[in-house]
Design a protein around this ligand. Structure first.
Ligand code: ARG
Length: 254
């Protein structure tokens, strides 16, 4: 009997885990709150200023949610956990500078992109600027990112080192444990602007990508409502103002 009970409980627990479905748009609207997950370690896009979560994507999400008539409840987690949590219905939307890739699009539904960028090569040695210059070099990237995928394609590199956060990848370059670091071009620019004497040299872009928020696979109504809010802030000047505040330019995709 006890065994049966245990089995039944286990089955129920498994059912709850696997049958959890994404909250549909009307349920989100009824609750008045959109649960949004981000990393909080990717300045200037999503980061902590002291204990306050902020950044271009955090402020952008607040603007979009307002257009949707919703408040945001923020969650911050390791980059690797973000897209997986959508499938488990732990949050409604992820905004953490994810590039739209075919691989990811198999697992999640992307919204319209909120900026366009790409992976840039950064080094201390000014001779390391292009993909060719990475031959025989040790390159740092954040685990789970499109930088990793694209650096892997550079067959001539000596070694790729993975780091749990992009900040760790940058530290590895700063302390010269690696020869180069590949990250977002705006992240790279911000690092150079903030640390003009640290010796970071900006190289070429390794690839370009469109960055978007993501919702659980198939939750198209929620993705559409988000994209509509985004197009509204792109039309009314608030996107441009926010983009200029962070980057001195409009970073939308053209
Ligand atoms: N744009 C890259 C990608 O698509 C990196 C994103 C990193 N985001 C972060 N919050 N650390 O994988």
């Amino acid at each position: 009997m006890k065994l049966l009970k245990t089995l039944a409980c286990t089955a129920l627990a498994l059912f709850t885990v696997f049958s959890a479905h994404a909250r549909p748009l009307d349920e989100v609207k009824k609750s008045g709150t959109l649960i949004v997950a981000t990393e909080g370690q990717f300045a200037p896009f999503n980061y902590f200023n002291g204990t306050t979560l902020t950044g271009f994507e955090v402020e952008l999400a607040e603007l979009v949610a307002k257009k949707m008539g919703l408040k945001i409840q923020w969650k911050t987690l390791g980059f690797d956990a973000l897209l997986t949590g959508l499938r488990q219905d732990r949050w409604d939307l992820v905004i953490a500078s994810h590039g739209i890739t075919d691989e990811r699009a198999k697992a999640v539904t992307f919204t319209a992109p909120h900026y366009c960028s790409g992976g840039m090569i950064i080094a201390m040695d000014p001779a390391i600027r292009t993909a060719k210059d990475l031959a025989g070099k040790v390159v740092a990237v954040q685990t789970g990112t499109s930088y990793l995928e694209n650096v892997q394609k550079v067959a001539s590199i000596k070694e790729m080192k993975n780091f749990p956060t992009d900040v760790d990848a940058r530290s590895a370059l700063n302390s010269r444990r690696v020869d180069a670091w590949v990250t977002d071009r705006f992240v790279a620019k911000a690092v150079v602007d903030k640390n003009p004497n640290a010796g970071f040299k900006l190289g070429d872009m390794l690839f370009i990508e469109r960055i978007a928020a993501a919702v659980a696979k198939g939750n198209q109504p929620l993705a559409d409502a988000w994209s509509k809010g985004l197009s509204e802030i792109m039309a009314d000047g608030s996107y441009t103002a926010l983009s200029k505040k962070y980057f001195n330019e409009d970073v939308r995709c053209h």
